[in-house]
Every structure is written in structure tokens, then in C-alpha cells.
Design a protein around this ligand. Structure first.
Ligand code: GRF
Length: 228
């Protein structure tokens, strides 16, 4: 298997990035070759360096509203490292439609809600305010509309009566750390295809926890059998 050269884009703490780096053993279908931040003070940069992954910074502040210029500078660095697929991991800049088009099908993101509920910011506070009983996270292909691309996988967590924003965020984050490496591996291995604007996943047969979707093939089969 030829591993896909993976670039991770971060802006901050980088815990999802760390989960992907930890998952990226030699048999993982994506090889992290670059962690790129738009902020020099992103804590995740130190985590990446400690794991021996090359890092780079393209300061978005330096481009003051020149999004195309900022992205051209990022693409130069991505090109130097031969990046083939990009995972956004807490990257807090909205990408232009041009950038997204150039990376179509090779650019994914994790969002801390069960999309299409709660796109945008402050998802945990909004979930609590809405009184939902299930919350979670979504890995999706990136399209020009923010938090709108085809869904690859989701993980749900319960919302408990005494949850605070912090306790709910922590529960979702733990789910993110399991979901993102799995969903990214399916994309890198060519198991994600688009049909009528939706992502279809094939060949997933590893054990995936029951609150993650896609379900393992065995679980799908037993669901079908129980209907007969
Ligand atoms: C995560 O909640 C992710 O879903 C969202 O930004 C946060 C990044 O956290 N896109 P980290 O930097 O990965 O720790």
C-alpha cells in the first residue's frame, strides 16, 4: 500500500492532530509529513515536533484580509512537502472556494457537533441550550460552505442532566480522538466515494465502537438479519 502524504492544519492545542499522529503507524494509510499552523503560538506545533513530524507556520495575521495570498503561501509549503491530502484539525480560518476546489475530495475536517445541527462556533453551549439528548462530532469532506460537506462519519455521545459546557466538550473530544483517525484512514485508503453528493464508505470491517457510524460490517449484517 502506498501511503498518502498527509498535511495537518492546526491553529491551537492540536489534540486531534496528536490523535492522528498516534494512530499513524507504518500500516496506517496516511503518512503525516507536515503540521502547518497559521499561528506561531499554536501549542500543537510542539507536540508535532516532539513526535519528529516537520512543522511550518504561515501567519495568517501577516496577510491582513488577503486570503488568496495567505493560501498561496500555505500551498507553497504544502507543495514543498509533497502533501497529497489535508486534514483540518482545529484550523480556525475559513478557506476560499478556490482552495477548496483545488483540494476537492482530499480535504477533510472534524466538527464538534452532529452536523447538520450546530454548524459554526460554540457548539457545546448551543447543544446544552437546545436541550438535545445526543451530541457528538462529525468528520466531513470540506466544501465551500462552512461545515456543510459530505459526512464521512459521526460519533454520538449522551448529554447528561448535570453537564456543563466543559464536561460535554470533554466527552465529545474523547469521541473526536477515536473518530478522526478512523475516518481519515478510510479516506486515505480510497474507501470513501461520492454518490449524489453524499459520501459512501466501503470495506470498513474493523471493530468500531457502537456509537460511531459507519458501523462495523458485522453489526450491519446482524441488524439486517434481525429484521427478517
Ligand atoms: C475540536 O473540537 C475540533 O472538532 C474543532 O476544533 C477543536 C480543535 O481541538 N474543529 P484540538 O486543537 O484538536 O485539540
Amino acid at each position: 500500500m502506498k501511503r498518502k502524504r498527509l498535511g495537518l492544519l492546526i491553529s491551537g492545542r492540536g489534540s486531534n492532530m496528536a490523535a492522528i499522529l498516534a494512530a499513524a503507524a507504518p500500516d496506517y494509510p496516511a503518512e503525516p509529513v507536515l503540521v502547518l499552523s497559521n499561528r506561531a503560538d499554536a501549542a500543537g506545533l510542539e507536540v508535532a515536533k516532539a513526535r519528529g513530524v516537520p512543522t511550518a507556520v504561515v501567519e495568517s495575521r501577516a496577510f491582513k484580509g488577503d486570503r488568496a495570498g495567505f493560501e498561496a503561501a500555505m500551498e507553497a509549503v504544502l507543495g514543498q512537502h509533497g502533501v497529497e491530502i489535508i486534514a483540518l484539525a482545529g484550523f480556525m480560518r475559513v478557506l476560499t472556494a478556490d482552495f477548496v476546489r483545488r483540494w476537492e475530495g482530499r480535504l477533510i475536517n472534524i466538527h464538534p457537533s452532529l452536523l447538520p445541527a450546530f454548524p459554526g462556533l460554540d457548539t457545546h453551549a448551543r447543544a446544552l441550550a437546545a436541550g438535545v439528548r445526543l451530541h457528538g462530532c462529525t468528520v466531513h469532506l470540506v466544501t465551500a460552505g462552512v461545515d456543510e460537506g459530505p459526512i464521512i462519519a459521526q460519533a454520538a455521545v449522551p448529554v447528561l442532566p448535570d453537564d456543563t459546557e466543559a464536561s460535554l466538550a470533554a466527552r465529545v473530544l474523547a469521541a473526536e480522538h477515536r473518530l478522526y483517525p478512523a475516518a481519515l484512514s478510510w479516506l486515505a485508503a480510497g474507501q470513501v466515494r461520492l454518490a449524489a453528493g453524499r459520501a459512501v464508505i466501503t470495506g470498513v470491517d474493523s471493530a468500531v465502537d457502537s456509537l460511531l457510524n459507519p458501523l462495523p460490517r458485522a453489526a450491519l449484517l446482524s441488524t439486517q438479519c434481525s429484521k427478517v
